[in-house]
Ligand binder design. Structure first.
Ligand code: ADP
Ligand code: MG
Length: 322
């Protein structure tokens, strides 16, 4: 649904040059929630704004659906952009307008009649759980409610793609959770494709099917979250599951990116006579599946055979001490 290839963008400020994008390729499947995570200044917002051409990349192409946006200008670009919704960190609501007035604003601009607008705004507010807030003003709403208004407004023109720039970064954890649940429900019910950027790993863990780690204008790693978690040395897996770094030469990370019924630990000690000491770990829901990750010290016995046994049973084994 989103295909961006070879994006470069350099900002020039008096004497300084900032390379915000240094050759980024981004592929987002239809109906997918794709997260880009990275620290402040990594180039995430520039990337997002390049996808709807609010920022024109110096080179590279952007295709959203059937349209090559980078080849469009003026009215045709504005029209194409109407099919891409955008949600902002600080909501960007008009304080002098009611909730209904904010959500209906893009429809008003596009010339929809008052009656049709009222119906559509009513539907949108129901969709985001604000059916009773149409006449409220933004100042009377909580942060989470303001973001729901922002999301309803982004959906007003019935976009296929939603871009979200740190939509939950100004919210507390419980509200963040409810907004993420809303985004996931919208994806499921409307078949939306969602590209979101965040500096919070937890957001990736909670709702993303695919993700990229961005650093210094480049993707360091990208792919389906469950695949990355099963990939040796994955940065994303390390960031999602920080494990104790105090391991010794015998320390092993064991990851199992699917539900695993066999009691493999007792099997190890019994069959291979190894001593296993658990240093840390846990089981979490990632991309809708249980993923377990353990850090263990494994010594003695037939250690090498024990590790092979785990690999052969589909567990990812990383020898940290090597
Ligand atoms: P992020 O969203 O990951 O924090 P940004 O895309 O906002 O990163 O910024 C990437 C780099 O580009 C930063 O060094 C930032 O200062 C610079 N930058 C972003 N927008 C502009 C701009 N409009 N003019 C000049 N420099 C900018
Ligand atoms: Mg940003």
């Amino acid at each position: 649904m989103i295909d961006a290839v070879g994006l470069h963008k350099t900002y020039r400020l008096k004497k300084r040059r900032v390379e915000a994008l240094r050759g980024v390729d981004l592929h987002v499947e239809s109906g997918e929630i794709y997260g880009v995570v990275g620290q402040s200044g990594a180039g995430k917002s520039t990337l997002l704004r390049s996808v709807n051409l609010l920022e024109r990349p110096d080179s590279g192409t952007v295709r959203v659906g059937d349209e090559e946006l980078t080849s469009l200008r003026g009215a045709r670009l504005r029209e194409a952009r109407r099919h891409i919704g955008m949600v902002h960190q600080h909501f960007a609501l008009l304080s002098s307008r009611t909730v209904a007035g904010n959500v209906g604003f893009p429809l008003e601009v596009s010339g929809m009649s008052r009656a049709a607008r009222a119906t559509r705004v009513g539907e949108l507010l129901e969709l985001v759980g604000l059916g009773d807030k149409a006449r409220a003003y933004p100042s009377q709403l909580s942060g989470g409610q303001k973001q729901r208004v922002g999301i309803a407004r982004a959906l007003a023109s019935d976009p296929k793609v939603l871009l979200s720039d740190e939509a939950t970064s100004a919210l507390d954890p419980a509200t963040t959770e409810s907004i993420l649940a809303l985004l996931r429900r919208l994806r499921d019910e409307l078949g939306l494709t969602i590209l979101l950027i965040t500096h919070e790993m937890d957001v990736i863990k909670r709702i993303c099917d695919s993700a990229a780690i961005m650093e210094d204008g480049e993707f360091r790693e990208s792919g389906r979250v469950l695949d990355l978690i099963g990939t040796p040395g994955s940065l994303l897996a390390r960031s999602l599951f920080p494990l104790p770094e105090n391991g010794g030469p015998e320390t092993v990370f064991i990851t199992y990116p699917r539900s695993f019924d066999e009691p493999f630990m007792s099997e190890l000690t019994r069959r291979f006579d190894v001593d296993v000491n658990i240093l840390g770990g846990g089981v979490e829901q990632v991309a809708g599946q249980s993923v377990g990750r353990l850090s263990v010290d494994m010594r003695g016995g037939r250690r090498r055979e024990a590790l092979t046994y785990l690999s052969e049973h589909g567990l990812l084994v990383e020898e940290v001490g090597k």
